[in-house]
Design a protein around this ligand. Structure first.
Ligand SMILES: [Zn+2]
Ligand SMILES: [Zn+2]
Length: 329
């Protein structure tokens, strides 16, 4: 059996390095996609404003050393596209890349306001989020005879008020909000045939988000019923919250302290959403961790002018090598 080979998994690339002795299957993941921005002439340009190019550079630079470091088990080095649109990890998981994985680790650069340059954080906390669309059926009629029809705009308005009155444990951070409303195009003196409400839901935990989704479904159904109509709730996009394994986070923290000194360890820092966590939710026995690398990125991630200090990138490479040594050396 080859000790080193490269395969395509989903839409991404996987470099596999096998040790001579048996051991765990460990996955290291770098995302690789850029973000679209509009240009003055109306075009679209892709810019690495989230630093995923630096993630590839840091992990790729460690690969030649992995060949020496990995003595036991298997290391899968994953370069994943489509993180920003939350499709890339799922495509790789559906292609079976996560099936045999015992431990999965990812890393992300942080902007200076989240993590000072030269410091590393042992855990990035990501929230769970979804996008839902609720389609409310109306009964079109002349606007002069509203009592003969069903106005889906009325239903939408009341549903949004009811959603904003939702109760979730106040100890948890969460939010639900309508971000777009659209009705059947047509004359302004006609009751529309349908209204769609786009919703953005966020919660600190996956269980908190599941509770919100259940309440959304109930509120949409019962508000529509009160008007004698129906509402269809569709999930458009979802991203799970981080659920880390205590011993993996401890191992990451210990590695940062050993490689960079305790003064450069930060316990946790914040992040947005991350599709890496599908590796956990789709196979819960996978132990996961996710560290942050302070690289002096300004003015902030997702800003089209984001720049970082390249001199800090070897820190990421050093971290990957040290983790490989601990887990598979
Ligand atoms: Zn991003
Ligand atoms: Zn990112």
């Amino acid at each position: 059996m080859d000790r080193f080979f490269i395969t395509v998994g989903g839409t991404g690339v996987v470099a596999t390095i096998r040790g001579k002795e048996s051991g765990p299957v460990v996955l290291f993941r770098a995302d690789m996609d850029a973000l679209p921005y509009s240009t003055q002439d109306g075009g679209v340009v892709a810019i690495h404003a989230c630093g995923h190019d630096s993630h590839c550079a840091m992990l790729l630079a460690a690969v030649p050393q992995f060949k020496e470091i990995v003595k036991r088990g298997t290391l899968k080095v994953v370069f994943q596209p489509g993180e920003e649109n939350l499709t890339g990890a799922l495509a790789m998981i559906e292609a079976g890349v996560g099936d045999d994985v015992d431990i999965a680790i990812a890393g992300h650069i942080r902007a200076t306001q989240d993590l000072a340059a030269g410091k590393l954080c042992a855990q990035i906390n990501h929230v769970a989020c979804t996008t839902h669309i609720v389609t409310i059926e109306g009964q079109p009629v002349h606007a002069s005879r509203p009592h003969q029809g069903i106005n889906p705009v009325d239903v939408a308005a009341n549903m949004i008020v009811a959603l904003n009155g939702m109760r979730i444990d106040p100890n948890e951070s969460w939010s639900i909000k309508a971000t777009r409303i659209q009705s059947e195009p047509g004359a302004t003196n006609t009751i529309a045939a349908w209204t769609k409400v786009m919703l953005d839901l966020r919660a600190e935990t996956n269980s908190g988000l599941a509770e919100m989704v259940a309440k959304l479904e109930s509120i949409a159904k019962h508000t529509a019923e009160a008007y004698g109509t129906t509402a269809k709730v569709e999930l458009i996009e979802e991203c799970p919250a981080s659920e880390y394994d205590v011993e993996m986070v401890a191992l990451v923290k210990e590695t940062i302290a050993e490689e960079f000194g305790v003064e450069n360890v930060v316990d946790a820092c914040g992040g947005g959403g991350e599709d890496f966590h599908f590796f956990k939710t789709k196979k819960p026995s996978t132990k996961t961790a996710y560290f942050g690398i302070g690289v002096g990125a300004t003015p902030g991630l997702h800003d089209r002018n984001m720049t970082l200090e390249e001199k800090y990138l070897p820190n990421g490479t050093k971290m990957w090598e040290a983790l490989a040594k601990k887990l598979l050396g």
